[in-house]
Design a protein around this ligand. Structure first.
Ligand SMILES: [Zn+2]
Length: 92
């Protein structure tokens, strides 16, 4: 009795990556495990290909980064000013 040849019913190639979301059921509700990110500025859920939800948040985020940068360099600026005063006092 010859064995049945292996059936190859699925012609479509299955993607190697495991799809967590959408396991058959179709509904308006998005799956909870859908990959997403959170807005850097306000924390709202956003698509993975974005970092910030809106132009307004982008502007706010940029301003915050600028301030952060300034705060990083502020001590050095202060030291530089102190040194400058020191040199000026010594010069007299
Ligand atoms: Zn935002």
């Amino acid at each position: 009795m010859p064995g049945k040849p292996p059936k190859r019913s699925g012609k479509r190639k299955r993607p190697v990556t495991v799809q967590r979301a959408a396991s058959g059921e179709e509904g308006p509700a998005a799956p909870i495990t859908q990959p997403h990110k959170h807005c850097f500025n306000c924390g709202v859920s956003i698509p993975v290909d974005r970092d910030i939800c809106s132009d307004r948040c982008q502007a706010e985020w940029d301003r915050m980064l600028k301030r952060k940068k300034l705060m990083t360099y502020l001590p050095f600026i202060g030291i530089a000013l102190l040194l400058l005063f020191y040199v000026l006092i010594l010069a007299n």
